[in-house]
Design a protein around this ligand. Structure first.
Ligand code: ADP
Length: 340
């Protein structure tokens, strides 16, 4: 599809440039030929005058006077040479234009092709992620329906597990929608917000989860402002805190620290959890990337979307997100935002 588009674009570029060039060449040719023609007419007149006055000294003049046809032949020869050169130069330029057009058409289409490929990958990954829990749901319902001696207690268990699967699916769809709707247009609606407020709300929201695992959340905050969307920043902090709780064993500690410089505000979320293997660190912000799920078996598994969403939000705020982690010792995620 992109190859056809590239060829089409090449043809259009070449056609437009060729038409302009041929038109310009035609004008230059016309002007040159009429100038030469005027010159020859003047020479012809002078020769005729020489014939009349009997002045025909000099070999060239004599030859011209004796053979007036020679002048016309000369004029036609010059005209043919100019025409041939114009045709040759134009053909050469058209070939070059076609080659350059092909290269530039490729460059023009590159970002569109990349975004199309990313979209295709996203749709295929998302469908895969949706298919797995849906298949498990269908299977469990099918088995329950076939069972002739299904007790009420068993039916309740199945319904509970189905509810959990549906809840996870709902979360996945919410995250996919958030990922898809985080567009640059939202930047127009950015306002001055207190980073402290978003972070405090996120801590409040995740505290019950931390309590379930006896995890302590410590906080050290400053009064800093950034320009952005409060809900989005809140979502980012929830994602980071949620992960910190998810990947920290019972009785651990999560430290949230806010610091600021003249132009930046930094929020660090440090946990005493399982850490991230060195080889996985470069990939954890990729969509649907999950570090070996066996290491967190028995826990609710995520879909590998949280960090990519967090990174997208932070980038939209002209900030950055970084991670430092040591396996078995914990991780620190640092969000840096511009101050305002
Ligand atoms: P998930 O929903 O699977 O947690 P994320 O995109 O939020 O997806 O994270 C990607 C992966 O990064 C996770 O599968 C997890 O293994 C790893 N990860 C993220 N945060 C932490 C953390 N604080 N400690 C250890 N591992 C983490």
């Amino acid at each position: 599809m992109f190859h056809i588009a590239r060829v089409r674009l090449t043809l259009w570029y070449t056609a437009i440039i060729s038409v302009v060039m041929i038109m310009m060449s035609a004008i230059i040719y016309e002007n040159t030929i009429s100038a030469i023609q005027r010159n020859y007419v003047a020479i012809e007149e002078r020769i005729n005058n020489m014939q009349d006055t009997g002045l025909n000294n000099g070999p060239v003049r004599r030859a011209l006077v004796q053979n007036p046809q020679l002048l016309k032949e000369q004029y036609e020869a010059v005209r043919d040479i100019i025409l041939l050169r114009i045709i040759l130069v134009n053909s050469g330029v058209i070939v070059c234009v076609a080659i350059l057009s092909y290269i530039f058409a490729g460059r023009t289409l590159e970002p569109i092709e990349a975004s199309h490929a990313a979209q295709k990958r996203f749709v295929s990954d998302a469908s895969h992620e949706l298919r797995t829990p849906l298949t498990s749901l269908m299977l469990s319902i099918e088995v329950a329906l076939r069972s002739k001696k299904l007790s009420l207690a068993r039916a309740r268990d199945i319904l509970k597990s189905n509810y959990e699967d549906l809840h996870n699916l709902h979360n996945l769809i919410e995250q996919l929608l958030a990922l898809a709707s985080t567009s640059k247009n939202i930047k127009k609606e950015f306002v001055k917000i207190a980073v402290k407020d978003s972070l405090s709300k996120a801590i409040k929201h995740t505290k019950p989860l931390a309590k379930e695992k006896n995890i302590t959340i410590e906080k050290a905050m400053t009064e800093s402002f950034t320009k952005g969307n409060e809900t989005m920043l809140y979502d980012t902090f929830v994602i980071l805190l949620d992960n910190a709780i998810k990947y920290t064993p019972e009785k651990g500690t999560i430290r949230t620290t806010m610091t600021q410089s003249r132009t930046k505000v930094r929020v660090a979320i440090q946990d005493t959890g399982i850490g991230i293997p060195k080889d996985d660190i470069p990939h954890i912000f990729d969509r649907f990337y999950r570090v070996d799920t066996a290491r967190t078996s028995g826990q609710k598994q995520g879909f590998g979307i949280g960090l990519s969403l967090a990174q997208k939000i932070v980038n939209l705020h002209d900030g950055s997100i970084a991670v430092e982690s040591k396996q078995g010792h914990g991780s620190t995620f640092t969000v840096t935002l511009p101050r305002c």
